[in-house]
Design a protein around this ligand. Sequence first.
Ligand SMILES: O=P(O)(O)OC[C@H]1O[C@H](O[C@H]2O[C@H](CO)[C@@H](O)[C@H](O)[C@H]2O)[C@H](O)[C@@H](O)[C@@H]1O
Length: 372
Amino acid sequence: MQCGSGDEIAGSPYLMDSIPSSSDKKTLKSVLTIPRKKPAKLDDVRSNGWLDSMMSSSPPRKKILKEVNIDVSSDDADVTYLSWTIKYPSALNSFQQIMRQARNKQIVIFLDYDGTLSPIVDDPDRAFMSNEMRSAVRNVAKYFPTAIISGRRRDKVYELVGLTELYYAGSHGMDIMLPVKNMPSTNDSKCIKSTDQQGKEVNLFQPARKFLPMIDEVFKTLVEKTKDIKGAKVEHHKFCASVHYRNVDENNWPVVAQYVHDILKDYPRLRLTHGRKVLELRPVIDWHKGKAVEFLLESLGFSNSNDVLPIYIGDDRTDEDAFKALRGKYQGYGILVSTIPKESNAFFSLRDPSEVKEFLESLARTMEDKDI
Ligand SMILES: O=P(O)(O)OC[C@H]1O[C@H](O[C@H]2O[C@H](CO)[C@@H](O)[C@H](O)[C@H]2O)[C@H](O)[C@@H](O)[C@@H]1O
């Protein structure tokens, strides 16, 4: 990726005041997308590794292979992928092995949403899951407790999935809804009573509640700061906020990053995580998708690790916390969804949401066959 040099962007704060000559239309186009008031300097994000992380986040498969000097002919790409699956075998090819491991145990399914149940698309508001995927999830939930653990806000992910029979955790696990009977300690200050979409009484576990006003404030600041950056999009996820740069001209990525970096300096109790072409600001509390998985397992009555086989399917860096957690006490299986080889704490792999659907269908079919 070509990032703009510091000089290109660190000139006058009012770039539009000096219009380039008509022969330089390309430059004009890129200048037009640069915000009028930009951060004073971009040095921090050039030296702290943020830009490298942003560049390597969710790259197209061809680009990655090119960057590591692999000829991008599809045959070679397939060979590279196949050798990677020696370390992270396909969960489809390993299905019988997984089933053998699950003998006499209760399988519990955890699913990430974006990139796992729905394909990655440019507009986060249009990341819909297919009806076929919805039926696959519905069928699997008939036999196994099933939870969705998403970076999105809980009500949004519920709206996208639309299945009442699942457990939902939003904001990277910082907002978990459970039936009243499942909440371990209702006296806990992190738990509050509420009602679900059907008016049923539920408990909410929200370990970052006190951060709500701070996230509101940061969200507003982010919206204001990035409003002139073409393609930038800020999302409020209740307990965290996201700044998307997927649709921002690459020359402006340092500007986006520096804004976020500058805001974080004013909020030492927030930290940054990188997702797929998204920067996420979240509370510094020791809570993430891995903790949420452990919390759900305990709340659902599976604290005896010998009785349960948890399976977590996800595609993002934030899912790594869950993969890592499953390698501990529970000896469960993380399944990484990826079309490109990458290092992971997962055990198995699946290429894309269509393989996720196939895997879920196989799980449900195995149980249906037992029912007959
Ligand atoms: O934990 P997840 O359910 O995977 O949520 C992670 C982030 O997903 C969304 O962004 C990602 O998907 C978008 C739609 O395909 C895509 O446009 C974006 O580039 C991806 O980062 C969501 O919008 C984020 O806020 C979530 O944190």
